[in-house]
Design a protein around this ligand. Structure first.
Ligand SMILES: [Zn+2]
Length: 252
């Protein structure tokens, strides 16, 4: 389900999971399709055309792309057929059942979570750092998919994009105290495993272990491929995109 793109890749192939594509890339992967996004300058004049070129290469409609203005919260945005006309301010998760509306997450250590319901044809995404995880954003996402779209948790497939691993994510006491089951102490430091905590939350929500997939990439120790806030990337972000492709026309 993941897409560990090579630096030299010019024509990326997404990995379709039934009729949804889940793509996780970084600026480093695409010198020509730089998805650079600056929170500091919000320089869309630079980032916009590059990002649109990247989407075009994958056959994704950039105009409809929903970029959440993430705030480390727990709110979920529901995206209908009109997409999002206003800035998606203050949301860290999104859901849609509409095809061709890409839901996008920008992260640089936090965990990007993508959920796909192959039965109901619904996708959800969430940005989970420690604060969002403490707010149980993954649980909120599953609840909203169930309540609003009749998704059954046992059907849902989850993909964790690249985030900082438990081996690298040393946190302060304030964060560690929220996750006693997800924190270990090593050489006087506290390390939080966001994947474990979010997996536990998803299992509590009724998901199956066999339907939860992890990219296996740690942003912090995959310097050549991924951006990491901990490693000094202040404004550049990795991009995770989930989009429902329209299915093939039915035989008559
Ligand atoms: Zn690491």
């Amino acid at each position: 389900m993941t897409l560990p793109l090579k630096k030299s890749s010019k024509s990326p192939q997404s990995h379709p999971t039934e009729s949804a594509d889940i793509i996780s890339v970084t600026d480093n992967d695409f010198p020509g399709f730089n998805a650079f996004f600056s929170f500091a300058r919000n320089d869309y004049a630079v980032a916009g055309p590059r990002r649109e070129g990247f989407f075009r290469e994958l056959g994704i409609n950039a105009e409809k792309a929903v970029f959440l203005r993430q705030v480390h919260g727990d709110r979920i945005l529901h995206v209908g057929s009109g997409g999002v006309t206003e800035k998606a301010e203050g949301f860290d998760g999104a859901i849609t059942f509409q095809s061709n509306i890409p839901l996008c997450l920008l992260t640089a250590d936090c965990l990007p979570i993508v959920v796909w319901d192959p039965v109901r044809k619904v996708i959800g995404v969430a940005h989970a750092g420690w604060r969002g995880t403490a707010g149980r954003i993954a649980v909120n996402l599953i609840k909203d998919m169930s309540a609003g779209y009749c998704c059954q948790p046992a059907h849902l497939k989850v993909f964790f994009g690249p985030g900082i691993s438990g081996g690298c994510y040393d946190v302060q006491e304030e964060a560690a105290a929220r996750f006693p089951a997800g924190t270990i102490q090593r050489e006087g430091k506290l390390y939080l495993d966001l994947i474990k905590v979010n997996t536990d939350q998803l299992l509590e929500s009724g998901l199956k272990t066999s339907n939860i997939f992890d990219s296996g990439f740690c942003t912090c120790c995959t310097r050549e491929k991924l951006f990491s806030y901990r490693n000094g990337d202040q404004s550049a972000r990795n991009l995770t995109v989930a989009v429902i492709r329209p299915g093939p026309a039915k035989c008559k």
